[in-house]
Design a protein around this ligand. Structure first.
Ligand code: GTP
Ligand code: NAG
Ligand code: MG
Length: 434
């Protein structure tokens, strides 16, 4: 059967050919070096220079170790001349790239970092936060993460966090002057206040470290040598959660829309912690009229034209903001006025109202942004975006009944009113639920 034999030979040759092709295709990733995505880092100004990887050991005396234990999958190439329209942000489900949530995001990177202040004992709680941030966003962007502490980070903290962050990790020690009583503080007076606040059962009222924390977050974190390497920050605290996919780069949003400060939750401050904060702020306004923005957001902070503070503030455990703004003369003059008045120790001023008053007075109101699409939890409040269509599109896993935005103790409704923004459909029904 000659014809049958030839057929077998043909089959064998074809099978061999298919096998060979298959072999080459499947092994080509080993043979050909993987193509690294070319990701320029956008920098609002300054020359275009490649970002140097930080050396592994102490670039400054305040850095106990950079802890860069693994390299990120992309090399953040610096370029300050990208054309935003060439890499449109996927802001809505109709925008190109919306469904592209796998692999490294194409397009430029901003000169930005995550930042966390934490103790070594916070390691497992910050691990959870990092997991949320990475899964919902950073695994595709690989931004750096700076960790700051008033004591050196231990090996466990560095090992766990650097294994979870997809970008580079840096670990910094806070200098003593940024975490201690300034010399003009009367220790006896401060101690009496703590005892009194303890008796009145004011939350963290008797804590010294909480006060150092609030003062550090108010006036120093953005000036730490590790933070000097960036223009924007995203603050992350232990035990926070993100409930929805983030389809675009919030840092780029901030940069391209000229935003300087942003929030997801706002609320009223405990009056007992800030009796004279507004007096200090008014002193600053009087002494530094040059720093007050013309089209500011004072109406969010005060219901009587600046006479009194209504206690509305952006909740600062989440913040995406401009470091350049915090490092500006305006902000530093403001912080120094407050710091001299001593309320971080004679009262218990929180960094949230301190940042919020600064933003409300010194920024133009269009420079402050509400990130509705970043769903967030920090005990005990949740921001879960209003509108089922949006939540489904973002694959959110928060319970909409938990949304705090339109509840009586939130200031977000006021923010919308003052900004002249249209509230999302369904907000009224949510505000009626308990
Ligand atoms: N290194 C260091 N970090 C601290 C210290 N106290 C607080 N932090 C950090 O500062 C941030 C705010 O502290 P929290 O204890 O979360 O304060 P809070 O958010 O007002 O209160 P909670 O409701 O308890 O979360 C967190 O990132 C903490 O990890 C401290 O003494 N040392
Ligand atoms: C990022 O910003 C910092 C602070 O402005 C600057 O010193 C640094 O050169 C910038 N880095 C890049 C890569 O542009
Ligand atoms: Mg917290």
């Amino acid at each position: 059967m000659a014809a049958g034999g030839a057929r077998y030979v043909r089959y064998i040759i074809i099978s061999l050919f298919v096998l060979i092709v298959f072999y080459f295709v499947s092994s080509s990733t080993d043979v050909v070096p993987p193509i690294k995505p070319h990701i320029p880092v956008y920098n609002g100004n300054g020359p275009s220079t490649p970002k140097q990887p930080t050396p592994d050991h102490g670039s400054t005396h305040l850095t106990d170790s950079t802890g860069s234990t693994h390299s990120s999958p992309n090399s953040h190439k610096v370029s300050n001349n990208y054309d935003p329209s060439k890499y449109p942000l996927a802001l809505t489900p109709n925008d190109p790239g919306w469904n592209d949530l796998s692999g490294i995001a194409p397009g430029p990177r901003i000169n930005a970092t995550f930042v966390t202040l934490a103790r070594n004992t916070d390691v497992w709680e910050i691990a959870k936060s990092i997991r949320h941030v990475e899964d919902r966003f950073n695994r595709r962007y690989n931004y750096d993460w700076v960790f700051l502490n008033d004591k050196p980070f231990d090996d466990l903290f560095k090992k766990i966090t650097s294994s979870l962050v997809s970008g580079k990790t840096h670990y910094g020690l806070i200098p003593k002057e940024h975490w201690s009583f300034p010399e003009w503080i009367d220790q006896d007076k401060a101690a009496k206040v703590r005892q009194d606040m303890k008796d009145r059962k004011i939350i963290y009222g008797d804590s010294i470290s909480y006060r150092h924390m609030c003062r550090f977050e108010s006036g120093f974190f953005f000036r730490h040598p590790l933070m000097m390497n960036y223009e924007y920050y995203w603050r992350v605290e232990p035990s926070v959660e993100l409930f929805c996919d983030i389809h675009y780069d919030p840092f780029r949003y901030m940069h391209e829309h000229k935003k300087k400060y942003s929030f997801v939750i706002s609320l009223y401050e405990y009056p007992e912690t800030i009796p004279t904060l507004w007096d200090s702020a008014r002193k600053f306004m009087k002494n530094h009229p040059e720093h007050i923005a013309e089209d500011n957001l004072l109406r969010f902070l005060s219901d009587d034209g600046g006479e009194t503070y209504n206690r509305c503030h952006f909740w600062s455990n989440f913040e995406i903001g401009s470091l350049e703004w915090l490092r500006s003369k305006a902000y530093i003059d403001y912080f120094e006025t407050l710091d001299k008045d001593g309320g971080f120790f004679y009262e218990r001023w929180g960094d949230a109202p301190v940042h919020s008053i600064a933003a409300g007075l010194m920024l133009k109101r269009e420079e402050i942004h509400f990130f509705n699409d970043i769903a967030y939890y920090h005990v005990p409040f949740t921001h879960c975006p209003t509108g089922e269509k949006l939540r489904t599109a973002l694959k959110c896993h928060c319970n909409p009944d938990d949304n705090f935005d339109w509840k009586g103790y939130s200031c977000t409704s006021k923010f919308f009113d003052v900004q002249g923004l249209k509230k999302p459909e369904g907000w009224e029904e949510e505000s009626k639920k308990d």
